[in-house]
Design a binder for this molecule. Structure first.
Ligand code: GLY
Length: 333
């Protein structure tokens, strides 16, 4: 088992990564917890035993269940059961469950502890780590939320073997970005070490900028185009697949701006291809529409900010050259 820490002073927490990590739940519950509200989905084939009195609360499947209605349902369930701040919520699932249960835990009684048992690759390398919680509105994804750090995170790599291949690939898209955020030879590592290396990278970034005042934005490498593709919506792309295309776009854009060499672009293509992820724009996509969607990114405050590779590594960069943004799409056909 690999043990890591997200370093946040008195809110620091452990992340256990490895085969069977889910069986360490009792050990990582906050001291004194007597009852656990276990939030999961019907389709998640992962059983956990908190080792204390507990009740299972099942939420719906899919992004459409990640909404304020589900948060209200969970909080009302917690209230009817009499959950208190001395108890704990345990979220067992992927990002939809940990984001939604995390927000419910942040809001209920103005904050009850939560432990995440992350069951997807995407969740283990991203969603479950770092305390971003929230839900969607009809107007857009993740528009309501809170920073609420978990008390611990368990990343059981055994359960990843049960993921459908496309869900696993979804996680690889998110994993690929870490190859450019300082994780060396990521593709050569065994799965548990690769997950742990990504978690360690994210933990360091979150520890330096918990509330995304600046540096934490680098975790969105590849996401500006990725989110635009998801929002444009008709391409049947999973999040990680959209991010993979976004990584290639970001590399090509950085190259056109003179920030990185052609060899570095080739490295991006090698990593993304190595994970068998898409690198080209979906054939029916409209660059004009995608550039318009860039401006709707949550990070677009006072102008377009891209996360780009360069001489100082990956960092947020202002890009206002619309013609350049459009022209860069020609490299993705
Ligand atoms: N998923 C990006 C972050 O946690 O900041």
């Amino acid at each position: 088992m690999i043990e890591l820490e997200v370093p946040l002073g008195e809110r620091s927490y452990r992340v256990l990564v490895g085969a069977g990590a889910r069986h360490r739940l009792l050990e990582v519950l906050p001291i004194g917890v007597e009852r656990v509200a276990l939030v999961t989905q019907a389709g998640i084939p992962v059983e956990v035993d908190p080792g204390v009195e507990h009740r299972v609360f099942t939420m719906g499947e899919g992004e459409q269940s990640k909404d304020l209605g589900t948060v209200e349902d969970l909080c009302r369930d917690f209230a009817r059961w009499g959950l208190t701040r001395g108890d704990c919520v345990v979220a067992v699932g992927g990002g939809v469950v940990t984001d939604t249960a995390g927000f419910a835990a942040a809001a209920y009684h103005r904050g009850v502890p939560i432990v995440h048992v992350s069951t997807t690759l995407l969740g283990q390398v991203d969603a479950a780590i770092g305390g971003k919680t929230g839900v969607n509105l009809p107007e857009g994804k993740n528009l309501v939320g809170a920073f609420w750090q978990p008390a611990a995170v368990l990343c059981d790599t055994d359960v990843l073997a049960t993921l459908p291949p496309r869900e696993y690939r979804n996680g690889l898209g998110e994993m690929a970005k870490y190859a450019f955020l300082g994780v060396d030879r990521l593709a050569d590592l065994p799965l548990d070490e690769a997950v742990a290396a990504c978690v360690a990278c994210k933990a360091e970034v979150v520890g330096s900028d918990e509330r995304e005042g600046g540096r934490r934005a680098i975790l969105n490498y590849g996401h500006t185009l990725g989110h635009a593709l998801e929002t444009a919506g008709s391409y049947d792309l999973r999040h990680g697949e959209a991010v993979a295309i976004g990584l290639i776009y970001a590399a090509e854009l950085a190259h056109r701006m003179g920030r990185i060499s052609g060899d570095r672009v080739a490295e991006h293509r090698k990593v993304v291809a190595g994970y068998d992820l898409p690198m080209a724009l979906p054939p029916d996509s409209d660059p004009e529409q995608l550039v318009a969607l860039f401006a709707r990114d949550k990070k677009a405050v006072g102008g377009l900010t891209f996360v780009l590779d360069g001489p100082n590594g990956v960092e947020p960069v202002r890009v206002d050259d619309r013609a350049l943004l459009l022209d860069t799409f020609t490299a993705l056909t």
